[in-house]
Design a protein. Structure first.
Length: 117
């Protein structure tokens, strides 16, 4: 199992970014996919979830209305469109597949998002 996150950058408050996560080593289309984020000294925080069937999505209250998770099963890729970015969105962002209550595989290297003027 492998996750390769990309798309992170330095962006000004109010800006937008689109993160991508290319996954391999498992039947991507059958799995729930999630984006998490982490800042130094803090627990990893769940940001967004997309289910394998119907494209149902869920979001943390802190990002609801600003972030959109999507997936392309033909490319084994999950995306996170982030709009109206705030300094508190600064973190390393990771994706993972979920099976029941368990993470699938190990965490990737993540992608750094920095929101600052």
């Amino acid at each position: 199992v492998q996750y390769v996150e990309s798309g992170g950058d330095l962006v000004q408050p109010g800006g937008s970014l689109r993160l991508s996560c290319a996954a391999s080593g498992f039947a991507f289309s059958s799995y729930v996919m999630r984006w998490y984020r982490q800042t130094p000294g803090k627990e990893r925080e769940l940001v967004a979830t997309i289910f394998s069937i119907g494209g149902v999505t869920q979001y943390a209250d802190s990002v609801k209305g600003r972030f959109t998770i999507s997936r392309d099963n033909s490319k084994n890729t999950v995306y996170l469109q982030m709009n109206s970015l705030k300094p508190e969105d600064t973190a390393v962002y990771y994706c993972t597949a979920i099976r029941g209550s368990n993470y699938v595989g190990s965490w990737g290297q993540g992608t750094q998002v920095t929101v600052s003027s």
